[in-house]
Unconditional design. Sequence first.
Length: 130
Amino acid sequence: MLASDEHRKHKRFVPEGLTFVVFMPDFQKKIGSIRDISRDGLGCNYLCPVDEESPVAERRQMVDILLSVNSFYISKIPCTPAHDDKENSGQESFMQDVVNRRCGLKFDQLTEEQEKQINFFLENHTAETA
């Protein structure tokens, strides 16, 4: 698992507007919000039942990326989990049965079309660097 930023090859960017990642089969179609994204992968937050272990395993996953505006969509992106941790905000949540998790995903073996779509997204739908 990646423990720090030193392992990153590419600059990370913050998406403009609401951008979501949909975790496919192993995650029972969980959805999360993307915090940052690069050519190599993304960081996201998602909610999970407090008594559920991390649904992220040390194996490949498939995710979709959705932008809330412009109908931008990239499907079936293969990726490997880099980390998945409970986020400790230090504050008591009004939702006591769920916990916010921070997840990092590394893209794996993208198709040429997926690479083009991610590059387009980075050039046209991101703000400042993360």
